[in-house]
Write a new protein. Sequence first.
Length: 355
Amino acid sequence: MATLLDVREHIPLARFTTFGVGGPARYFAEIKSEQQLIEALEFAQKRGLPTFVLGGGSNLIVSDTGFAGVVLQIGMRGICSRDVVLSAQKRLFSVAAGEEWDAFVSRTVADNCAGVECLSGIPGLVGGTPVQNVGAYGQEVAETIQTVRVYDHASRDFVDLSNPDCGFSYRTSIFNSTQRDRYIVTSVTFALSLSGDASIRYADVKRVFPDGSHPSLAEVRAAVLKIRAAKGMVIDPADPDSRSAGSFFKNPILTNSEFAVRRSRLDAVGKPYSTYPAGDGHVKLSAAWLIESAGFHRGYGDGRVGISSKHTLALINRGGATAADVLSFARRVQDGVRAHFDIDLHPEPVMLGFD
């Protein structure tokens, strides 16, 4: 196993992100083992510098001034699997944090294991999925994660966190909320259903398959990839609409009373909208519907940043954009939605190097 740490200086970070903006890292190291991770953290500690863990860069906006610390690019690889009986027959996949997420999903489908097939086509690495509790088309990783192996800054050791330990909720975990910056994910273990049924819970997927049909995992994966591609949500160098960070805004969650107060403004638009139960007296609204209804249509924009022509939630780099351009455009959208509906939209990407 490689242990020699290679630390480089002043490495531009834009090319490591799907949005393609951002300045340099003061120091940059690719981490291929847990030992290298410890060495990199010691390197940063001796110099009194902050660290940032870089995955696939698909959910990241880097400031134009870059990051005055040590960027740790996770390059750990490897997938191990074994069959167990939990509540039913399961296959456990222990996946290193640096594995590409969609390649892992493809592997599970080929192995006829259900549980993440609707998460096909999502860019990024496995290690980032528990942080955001990545989800799409009726599934989220919290449903199948058994344990997350992490480096704990507090104990200065590697520990395994159970699913409940991770505090999963909508696009949230302890890793990006209550315990932000405490842990670094090194691997994730998923418990998937052997020969399980494919999930067709989400409306977009249901429209592909008639009632009563029983599509295979491969058929659902293919359908999801096609749906995502049509929305510009599959990374494709030939598609300018995919030069983005995916969904830029989270779907807002309101209390039932907050929703009741704002309902007249929503109804006044005159076009149908959907609400989704969000548990414990809360309701979730569609950020895409709010954005469009506030006047920001697909393809909207008059500069280097705009809205995808395929999906309202995706802000795109039209060419030559800076991080400042991205944030300025995002604020314009947020201000418009707030003015129309008195609802705040919150960005989904991680913001690095900003004050």
